[in-house]
Design a protein around this ligand. Structure first.
Ligand SMILES: Cc1cc2nc3c(=O)[nH]c(=O)nc-3n(C[C@H](O)[C@H](O)[C@H](O)COP(=O)(O)OP(=O)(O)OC[C@H]3O[C@@H](n4cnc5c(N)ncnc54)[C@H](O)[C@@H]3O)c2cc1C
Length: 506
């Protein structure tokens, strides 16, 4: 039966779910508060440069392939997805740079040259991570854990002791049992930042991220990350999804155990049969719902942890920086202190690890000729407030630090375009809880079966989609989230990707 569905928020999770539901015959409307669709995965043009505003790593390609196969789209062809070689380069405070090829056979000798025995250790670490990744894809990632019977399948039971151990051990402890030198530990631990958490807190289960780095590979759509959003929206438009932008929702209306509709900031009320929130979950629960309909009132959030915030810098530089690859990481020696400052002391580190994308190295159209397009991300604590002046002085400070690390001490003098985005901007633009850049972190208590499930406990027709619910943070994870919610609404109970269930997986 056709139902009217309202999705609050046009982030990747909302856009992806809209297509699945509209394809099934529902009448789907997305209401997005900002002018642009895509949420954190946005795009921005300035001074002749084009920036992706958030995500820049295209990981877990199979998840993208499977999602788009539902619509008979081959994403690899549609977006000319290419593998980046090298995958990334790492700069250190007191070690020579290391280039990672994204192929364990090539990277094992690089490890071995730094620490004897670490080449073989890397092979083993990646093989085990890959095992976990495959089990997760088959049994954990595409489920909301509402059917425990799915978890007693042979393969899961056989591996459950190992998986439980990996859930209970911080990843840092596991990594140091494989490699001893700080640079190598940093290379195996940095992906935890992608999950909004610290390697000293994240469960070792996430060693699967290194299987993505060293085995599956790092990819890039030829026209940038925003082309994924454009493809989702083009697909939705063909199907008939209706997009309402500049539409700030101020309330979800309820009647007993039913969500009945939404109210826009200007007072307009719109009814629907099903409501799905892709907006920040803290905002959805504490600001959009009346107290009696909140499954997670403020006191529940007081016990939860928001992921990191960040200072984002969109930088145009005059001249070329050939010493940089597409993806570049800079790690400080005081690795653990850097994380402690951010997660525990909630202070801004003086010297900070950071990520820099030289997007123009792969896509020259993102910068004028003889210029570079740099996207810089410095993780910051949540809950801090920065004035424009403070953001600018931090940017100058961190870029100087990075310039020195890459042999460009005058880097800041070559900047011809700069815009900054900080914790308060995440709150203002996305209603982000405590200014988090990524959403709820992936601590053990907020991972896998412990993450917020995709359905309200109080309202029978209110669902959640996106990075805060299961399975978690990241573009591919949000596509999986959309599939989980779609299956829940449609009564599909099989685990695994939808494309497989409907016979479209290759
Ligand atoms: C700096 C940065 C770098 C990242 N790097 C990567 C990466 O390299 N690779 C990767 O895979 N992932 C990366 N991520 C994570 C990824 O971008 C997110 O996990 C994903 O985009 C979140 O999507 P979402 O569906 O949860 O929605 P969001 O993108 O959070 O969008 C939610 C939408 O809801 C809207 N909204 C909120 N409140 C309301 C309201 N009241 N009314 C109407 N609309 C509302 C917001 O405006 C927003 O558009 C990165 C994220 C950031 C911020």
């Amino acid at each position: 039966m056709t139902k009217k569905v309202i999705i609050i928020g046009g982030g990747i999770g909302g856009l992806a779910l809209a297509n699945l539901l509209q394809n099934d015959g529902h009448d789907v409307h997305i209401y997005e508060k900002n002018h642009q669709l895509g949420g954190r995965a946005g795009t921005k043009k300035r001074d002749g440069f084009t920036f992706d505003t958030g995500p820049s790593w295209y990981l877990m390609p199979k998840v993208f392939e499977d999602y788009f196969r539902v619509f008979d789209i081959d994403i690899n062809t549609a977006l000319s997805i290419k593998r980046l070689t090298p995958a990334y380069k790492v700069f250190f405070e007191s070690h020579d740079p290391v280039t990672i090829q994204g192929d364990v056979n090539k990277d094992a000798p690089t490890f071995e040259a730094i620490e004897q025995g670490s080449g073989e250790a890397l092979r083993q670490y990646v093989a085990e991570g890959d095992d976990i990744y495959r089990i997760a894809l088959r049994h954990f990632l595409y489920t909301d854990f509402s059917r425990p019977s799915q978890l007693v399948k042979g393969e899961v039971v056989a591996g459950s002791a190992r998986l439980l151990k990996l859930l209970a051990t911080p990843i840092h402890s596991r990594v140091k049992s494989f490699v001893k030198s700080t640079p190598l530990q940093q290379i195996l631990e940095y992906p935890m930042v992608f999950l909004g958490t610290s390697p000293f807190k994240a469960p070792a289960m996430y060693s699967l991220m290194s299987a993505l780095d060293f085995k599956e590979g790092v990819f890039y759509p030829s026209n940038g990350m925003y082309s994924i959003i454009e493809l989702l929206v083009a697909t939705g438009k063909k199907l008939g999804v209706q997009y309402h932008t500049n539409a700030d929702i101020s309330a979800i209306q309820t009647n007993g155990k039913q969500a009945t509709g939404i109210m826009l900031r200007d007072g307009t009320q719109i009814n629907a049969d099903t409501i799905i929130s892709n907006a920040d979950l803290h905002h959805t629960e504490t600001a959009l719902l009346p107290p009696e309909a909140q499954s997670y009132p403020q006191k529940a959030w007081d016990k939860k942890e928001a992921g990191i915030s960040a200072l984002l810098m969109y930088i145009g530089v005059k001249g070329k920086l050939p010493q940089l690859e597409h993806h570049n990481l800079f790690f400080v020696d005081a690795w653990q202190d850097n994380f402690k400052n951010i997660y525990e002391h909630k202070t801004i580190p003086k010297s900070a690890s950071m990520y820099v994308s030289r997007t123009s190295s792969t896509d020259p159209s993102t910068a004028p000729k003889s210029h570079e397009n740099l996207f810089v991300l410095v993780p910051l604590p949540t809950g801090v407030h920065l004035t424009e002046k403070k953001k600018a002085s931090l940017a100058e400070h961190f870029l100087t630090q990075f310039g020195i690390a890459i042999g460009e001490p005058e880097l800041t003098k070559k900047i011809v375009s700069q815009s900054l985005f900080g914790p308060d901007d995440f709150t203002a633009r996305y209603n982000a809880w405590q200014g988090t850049a990524l959403g709820m972190s992936h601590l053990l208590g907020q991972s896998a079966m412990f993450r917020i499930p995709p359905k309200s406990k109080k309202l029978q027709n209110l669902y959640y989609v996106g990075g805060n619910t299961m399975p978690g943070i990241g573009l591919p994870m949000c596509l999986i989230s959309a599939e989980i919610v779609y299956k829940k609404i449609s009564g599909i109970r099989q685990p695994g990707p939808l494309a497989k269930i409907i016979g479209k997986q290759k």
